[in-house]
Design a protein around this ligand. Sequence first.
Ligand code: FES
Length: 281
Amino acid sequence: MEVLVKEILAPGIVRLVVMAPAIAAKAQPGHFVVVRLHERAERIPLTIADFDRTQGTITLIIQKVGKSTALINQLQSGDSISDILGPLGTPYPIEKAGTIVGVAGGLGAAPLYPKVKALYEAGNKVIVVLGAQKKEMLILNSELQAVSHQFLVATDDGSFGHHGLVTDLLTQVVESEPVDEVIAIGPVPMMDACCRITGARNVKTVVSLNAVMVDGTGMCGGCRVTVGGQSKFCCVDGPSFDGLQVDFAELRQRQRYYTDLEKSAYQNFCKENEECRCHAK
Ligand code: FES
């Protein structure tokens, strides 16, 4: 499948617009795809950050965090991806719910965008809280601002917007007005912290979980999470779940299983790759 457009959004983060008419025709907010760069490549799940049914394209946003994502980041316009499986997962229900707060940390902006865009178009009042470590790592600012009635930004180092965490801004919002639903997407500790804030006020909160995935179709069990005391598979039951019911402690533990393997694969890749300028070299 051909890469039509490549754009660098931030250091280590790229946006690819890929020709995939069959997927674009069925894509809905909340869906994801499993990408395999070539026949022997690792299968990696990526959210569908946007889609255009008329053009037959889907948009993928990728952050370089390991060997496979580093290889995908090197793709250029005109290159192709061997296969893309999807759309996968359960779509996010788009309804008129009232006031909705979307909170995104880092790359969480990618899965948040199609949801808040659809919720905005459905007539909801949308407040977006976007956060990153520093100004240059903020992504989709203008896109998210265009589909929100209020747009708030936080950076860890204070280089843009509020100097602090997205959870500071979320607390201010839920204390200042009635909120019907919060969507929190980002690193697991961030989503956990958001759910503690909203859970204390009994505000419905949906999170999008980035559990380790292999097949993406419910067969391998790799993406198992516990929600409300029951085992669920992120790939078929999610990736969106009731955040107030998620066992975040277990999720953090499962995400650490492959950390050492991922790190050594990335370090080996960096040593072998002349163009790599990352810290692992
Ligand atoms: S990725 Fe295999 S069961 Fe979900």
